[in-house]
Write a protein that binds this ligand. Structure first.
Ligand code: SF4
Length: 83
């Protein structure tokens, strides 16, 4: 997961009907046949920056991950681009 999307492993490959459903939802993408990516930008993300940075309201998860952005952050993660 990151500020802009979440990825989840699939238990099996999608059927043709499920793939058709995915193709009708621009915010959903299948990666490598066994991972689903859902684009759900955080509402605290404004112009590529966290509006809650340094505030109590920011989830602690956001502070501890990724601790090594260049090796852990997924493709497209803004941490890679800003570092
Ligand atoms: S709170 Fe900030 S760091 Fe956490 S997901 Fe939202 S924008 Fe990203």
């Amino acid at each position: 997961m990151c500020c802009e999307y979440i990825t989840l492993p699939l238990a099996r490959r999608l059927t043709a009907d499920e793939q058709a459903w995915v193709s009708l939802h621009p915010c959903v993408r299948i990666i490598g046949g066994n991972v689903v990516r859902v684009n759900i930008p955080c509402k605290a993300l404004k112009r590529g920056r966290c509006k809650l940075y340094g505030q109590e309201a920011r989830p602690s998860l956001c502070s501890v991950w990724p601790d090594d952005p260049n090796n852990q952050a997924p493709d497209g993660c803004i941490y890679k681009e800003v570092s």
